[in-house]
Structures are given as structure tokens and as C-alpha cells.
Design a protein around this ligand. Sequence first.
Ligand SMILES: *Cc1c(COP(=O)(O)O)cnc(C)c1O
Length: 385
Amino acid sequence: MNIKELDKQYIANTYRRFDLQIVSGKGALCCDENGKEYIDMTSGIGVNSFGYCDDVWQKAIEEQARTLSHTSNLYYTEPCAKLAHMLCEKTGMKKVFFSNSGAEANECAVKVARKYAAEHKGAEYYNIITLNKSFHGRTLTTLAATGQDNFHQLFTPLTEGFLYVDAEDIEGLKKLAAENKVAGVMLEVVQGEGGVNALSEGYLKAVQKLCDENDLVLIIDEVQTGIGRTGYFYSYMRYGLHPDVVSSAKGLAGGLPMGATLMSEKVESVLGFGDHGSTFGGNPVCAAAALSVISRIDSNFLSQVEKKGAYIKEELEKTGAEVSGLGMMLGIKTDKPVSEIISECMEKGVLCLSAKEKLRLLPPLSIEWDTLKKAVEIIKNVIAA
Ligand SMILES: *Cc1c(COP(=O)(O)O)cnc(C)c1O
């Protein structure tokens, strides 16, 4: 049976797939079932940091799969210990909990904030403030954290204890924090699924100050923005913020499932034996993949990300489009409907994403300049047509 038919018959109908089967890929390029080649400006939604089947990444996985594939968290293993060390070295955070996805990384973050508040203020301080248009995941707790009503309908009751306020409304945030028993605040520095909305430096610093003054746990969701995507290792570093908890996933293991929740000195000892766990969390193969990714994200690499991002922005603005976002996480607002842009680009061999009404680009961070220029030229022409 035809793969598309097989998929439609046997896979739950949760994804509105494009009429495209991807069969192979290398770097920023991939091939469909007919051998047609595409430049992929989506990187599996910000996952394939070094593109498809990157050589270094592949070698790290192969070697680890030959040595130690999986064992339980009852035992010590080298890759996850080294990975946790490297994540802490790069951030100044003190402890890491490994899981398998962004939603799980956020679940852990919420547990840390709640337990910290319970121990320091009282069990009734369980509320977490999140922002409208945020996206934090699909589990019932992270759906509750997601400040978008349309995701909530038909799945209630969701986990209790989330309060919402508009991004950039610092007075509204202060009011919510003053009038409720609050454990923490959770936000994305650039709201990804919500439309690639970059929050302002002034607002972010005001949130930091509010959290510091009221001993609120500041959780920054770096699931999409992290691992170099915005030109900094984590996007909060651009503004010198000092979150208590950082959640990471998508680009972390460059194409294998891995989530990480990073904890600062303030909360490093909140979780104790038995408080949390994950069968697959810290899996050696995924951890080896992540090590191969993050060990290559140095200041040179990050400045390339900034340069490529600035290039895309500058070129696309020439069409009169409005471009939002940071680094290589960009949203493009055009007069032409985004679905038309995406299908015309696909026709011409470039894969793009959307976020709300915007075109969204998340190219592999390692995309070569020639390939990038070719893709940008095609996107420009499609937007202008
Ligand atoms: C994708 C995403 C998530 C959810 O990650 P999953 O791995 O799909 O669970 C959470 N937060 C943000 C900001 C994301 O972009």
C-alpha cells in the first residue's frame, strides 16, 4: 500500500500533513519520494540543529549505540553526566533533569516551582503565571500553561493553577502576582507557536525584577529558542536574565528526543529522591547526540547564526514584509496568505513553516550560505508574486 494511504488509515488524525513524503536528507537538503530535492527551512521545527544526518552527530550516535544503548536511571552513565556538566558550564545553572520532550521539560519545571513555593511560602502558593499566546506543550499540565483558549476546549478539566496575562503588560502581571498566591512565572523570550513574538528587553527585565523581589520562580521556556537558535546559547542570555529554571528540548539532541530542565542555585535541591523520574530520560544515545550538538555551539558558531538571521531579515524586508524574531527564529508577516506562500515555496523546492498568520523560518543553524541565499531568493519571489 502507498505510504500516504497507509499513514491516513492507521495514524491518528492529529496532523494535517502536507502532501509530501520525505524519504532522506543531508544537511539542509531533503528528498521526497519522487527524488525531488528541497531546501528545508524548518529543521523539523527547530530540531535538526545541524540539519539532516549530520556527519559528526551521526558518528556520535553510532559509537554510543555500539557501546551502551540504554540502561535505567538506577545506574550512572557517562554521556548524560557529561552533558549535564556541559549544560551547567554553558549557563551557570547547577543541576539538570533529563526527559524526552519539551512538554516534559516544562512539567518538571512546574513541579520544581510548586515544590519550592510549597516549602518556602506554603502549599497554597501553587499558581504559575503564563502569558497569552504562549505555547508550553500538549500534556494536560502544559496545555493548561499554554495561554491559548483554542487548545483547551474539550480537554477540561486541565491542571489547575495557571493564570494568564498579556505579554508586555507588566502592570497586569504585577497585579496578578499581588492578588494571587503565586509560585512562579513562565515565559518564552520569543513566543514561537504564538507567532514569533519577541518580548522586549525592558519587559523581560521588569519580569525578572518582579520575580526577584517576590521570590517567584522564573521559568524560561527555551524549548524552541534554545541551543543557539536565537544567536545566544539560550535566548535569555541576550538580556542577562537569571532564570531559576530553564526548559530545553527541540534542538538539544539535534534530531533525537531529549528534554532537559536546568535548575539554578536557588532551586537546585528542591527535587529529592523519588520526586521525579523518566525511564528514557538521559538515554545514552540521545545524550551522546546532544553532546555532539552543544559542544559545537561556541561564540563563532553563534555569530554565524546572528549573521544568517540578519541576512534573512534584511532580504525579506525588501519585499515590504514585517519580520519578527531573533537570530534564525523568524516570523514574516505578509499581505499574502501564509498557506499560499508555503505551498508555492514547496512547489519551488523550499520548505517553510507558519506560526499563526505569519510565515515562520527555522532553518538548520549550520545551513550553508549558498543554500540559504538560494532559499531566501525563492521565498522573496514567492512573497512578491
Ligand atoms: C515545541 C514546544 C514545546 C513542546 O515541546 P514537545 O517536545 O513537542 O513536547 C514547549 N514549549 C515551546 C516553547 C515549544 O516551542
